[in-house]
Design a protein around this ligand. Structure first.
Ligand SMILES: *Cc1c(COP(=O)(O)O)cnc(C)c1O
Length: 390
């Protein structure tokens, strides 16, 4: 669309000039309700004053030094995440893919320390872990991999949600870890049966594998818990975070617990920008605001309201296969591909997404109010009815 930008994005023909809360205004001044939050990033909505204040104050004080030195803001954020997650140590980077790269490197190094020369990681069909070479190799989507072969080796793939398939790998001596999204994001909001994470925890404990959760999309309050594993009362060994952590400021984190937290020593991994004072100040403001405003519980309540609303309005409609989700991570699966719904929603001034071909994906901000939720319900119901009748 623009000759000076690479053509790797199929962009919609709209640009936004400003935002406030769950709303965005385009360059013509038209208002849109944002039910996507920059893909699960802006949980506090747009232009949140606490994040803006933290960024301004930190920018006026110190933006960047280097991980050559101690960084007090990074240590503070590490403490905060330690308390919230139950993980022992943090490595900070700048994106989700980098958080997973760190997790993959950590698992491999852990394997080598234990004498495993070709460590393998169990990953899932329909998963998404990022666009770098290792993370696209871990990703369970042939379209994302096509053209980028040779892929990074060392991944063994099983269906998402299938404990028996993981158990069947128990005798493979090369396996060092299982990497899984608690709910798939890009893969179509697939919610595994209750007990899935507990089952993986048991298998990992029995085999000495690391349980590694990619909570880049599900984390930081999105599903109605701080982290999705907290629905099942388990702790992973490794946890990757990004999207919602900085409310739009690029930050990722790979957290680890127990032996996994001791794997990286000096010189094994790093990032120039990772965890600099500016991004850590933003993330601290995000976590403080979520806590002060009780937004995790609020996301759970609004999510239930939307899920029940959609089930009532669309659940029995011919052409709607499923309405599912947890908290403010919702999917409506139709019986046919529906990518054009994104443009049709844009015309109705609502921002949504369609993923995995036929799943309408909603990831509204955690600050969503009842009136905004009703507007999403009304607009999406109308869109789906019009689309299925056409
Ligand atoms: C978005 C996402 C990633 C990749 O994050 P980037 O910041 O785009 O690199 C990885 N895993 C999951 C589950 C995601 O949703």
């Amino acid at each position: 669309m623009n000759p000076v930008l690479m053509a790797n994005y199929a962009r919609l023909p709209v640009a936004f000039a400003r935002g406030e809360g769950a709303w965005l205004w385009d360059t013509d001044g038209e208002a849109y309700l944002d039910a996507l939050s920059g893909i699960a990033v802006c949980g506090l909505g747009h232009a949140h004053p606490a994040v803006a204040k933290a960024l301004c104050e930190q920018a006026n004080t110190l933006v960047h030094t280097s991980n050559v030195y101690r960084i007090p803001r990074q240590e503070q954020l590490g403490e905060r995440l330690h308390a919230l997650t139950g993980m022992d140590r943090a490595f900070f980077c700048n994106s989700g893919a980098e958080a997973n790269e760190a997790a993959i490197k950590l698992a491999r190094l852990h394997g080598h320390h234990r004498g495993i020369a070709n460590p393998a990681i169990v990953v899932m069909e329909g998963s998404f872990h990022g666009r770098t070479l290792a993370t696209l190799s871990a990703t369970g989507n042939a379209k994302i991999q096509a053209g980028f072969e040779p892929l990074v080796s060392g991944f063994i793939r099983v269906p998402h949600g299938d404990l028996a398939a993981i158990e069947a790998l128990a005798d493979n001596p090369d396996i060092v870890a299982v990497l899984v999204e608690p709910i798939t994001g890009e893969g179509g909001i697939r919610v595994p049966a209750p007990g899935y994470l507990q089952g993986i925890r048991r298998l990992c404990d029995a085999r000495g594998w690391l349980m590694m959760l990619d909570e880049i999309q599900t984390g930081v309050g999105r599903t109605g818990r701080w982290f999705a594993y907290q629905h099942e009362d388990v702790l992973p060994d490794v946890l990757s975070l990004a999207k919602g952590l900085g409310n739009g400021v690029p930050i990722g984190a790979c957290l680890a617990r127990g032996a996994a937290a001791e794997v990286f020593g000096p010189g094994t991994h790093g990032s120039t920008f990772g965890g600099n004072p500016l991004v850590c100040a933003a993330a601290l403001a995000v976590l403080d605001t979520i806590e002060q405003d009780d937004l995790v519980a609020h996301a759970g309540q609004m999510g239930t309201y939307l899920l029940e609303g959609f089930r009532t309005r669309l659940g029995d409609l011919a052409g709607v296969n499923d309405v599912r989700g947890k908290g403010l991570m919702l999917g409506i699966e139709l019986d046919r591909p529906c990518p054009e719904l994104v443009k049709q929603a844009l015309k109705k001034r609502l921002l949504i997404n369609v993923t995995a071909g036929s799943v309408i994906r909603l990831l509204p901000p955690l600050i969503l109010n009842r009136e905004e939720a009703d507007r999403i319900l009304d607009t999406v119901e109308t869109l789906v009815r019009e689309f299925l009748a056409a």
